[in-house]
Design a protein around this ligand. Structure first.
Ligand code: 48F
Length: 258
């Protein structure tokens, strides 16, 4: 006979154990879009203690909806190499243009990253960072619903060697840091430069170039990198997002090597 209380105990104790084990991380990733997931995949593969926090119920960020809710995405040859490595199947549309079902690729990125050892917490919103001795040193977290409802409930805190802002167009973590601590970023102006209009070719290149440390302990990837350093948008072509996640992972992994 199934005991409902045993089911509740199993869920509560397993969840608390994994949350407690994630209070001191090598890397904390904010945002479960393609760049965050790929960064998590490579960091976990490199043996780093890494967890990803996503405020929504679903993981996958902007991938699920494809282009204007036509749930297909496009990748180019360079980005496809990452999907090949993960064993995902792409269809060639024309030379250099490959397509994938958006639901297939979102769920596969989640599965591959978790299989590699990434821990994912959905429904948790990152409200703020921990700033100690002029270095980003952790995250301030709360339930996504608490943030959405703007309830006055104090958050909890965790420490991380590095934080990755993979929050997409908002670049919410970097924006919050600048807004609250008035710090000088590693950008041309020292501030958030802002995203530019559509140019897929330039945007794809820039999102990878702009993936780097923007303030001690804080890295940016994906669209957040272009929003912070100033780069074009690119729409539903995702090679740059995948490559950006990989670059962020490599740079952070090197940084936190003892
Ligand atoms: O926007 P998103 O998919 O990030 P990305 O990796 O990829 C961008 C593309 O999807 C697309 C594009 C490609 O051509 O331009 O937009 O840069 O995913 C960002 C995720 O971060 C979550 C948000 O819900 C989304 O799933 N997020 C944003 N702010 C927070 C957050 C926050 N404060 N706490 C937790 N999650």
């Amino acid at each position: 006979m199934l005991n409902e209380v045993t089911i509740s105990k199993a869920i509560i104790s397993e969840y608390v154990a994994k949350l407690q084990d994630s209070l001191e991380l090598d890397v904390a990733i904010v945002g479960g879009g393609p760049s965050g997931l790929v960064a998590g995949y490579y960091l976990a593969k490199a043996g780093k203690k890494v967890a990803l926090f996503e405020r929504k119920l679903s993981i996958g960020g902007g991938v699920w909806g494809g282009g204007m809710m036509f749930n297909e995405i496009v990748v180019q040859a360079e980005g496809k190499s990452i999907l090949d490595e993960m064993g995902l199947e792409c269809k060639q549309f024309e030379t250099g243009y490959y397509t994938l079902d958006a639901v297939y690729v979102s769920s596969a990125l989640v599965f591959k990253a978790m299989q590699a050892g990434l821990r994912i917490f959905n429904l948790i919103s990152v409200e703020d960072v921990v700033l100690k001795s002029e270095k980003v040193s952790g995250l301030v977290i709360n339930w996504g619903a608490v943030s959405t409802l703007q309830w006055h409930i104090d958050p909890l805190t965790l420490y991380a060697g590095c934080v990755l802002d993979a929050t997409g167009h908002d670049a919410a973590i970097t924006r919050g840091l600048v807004g609250k601590a008035h710090v000088k970023l590693n950008t041309a102006t020292g501030g958030m430069i802002g995203e530019m209009p559509m140019d897929a070719e330039a945007g794809e290149r820039q999102t990878v170039e702009n993936t780097r440390e923007v303030y001690p302990g804080l890295y940016v990837s994906g669209m957040a990198a272009n929003a912070v350093f100033g780069g074009y948008r690119m729409g539903p072509v995702f090679g740059g997002m995948l490559l950006s996640g990989k670059k962020a992972a490599m740079e952070m992994a090197e940084r936190i090597t003892p």
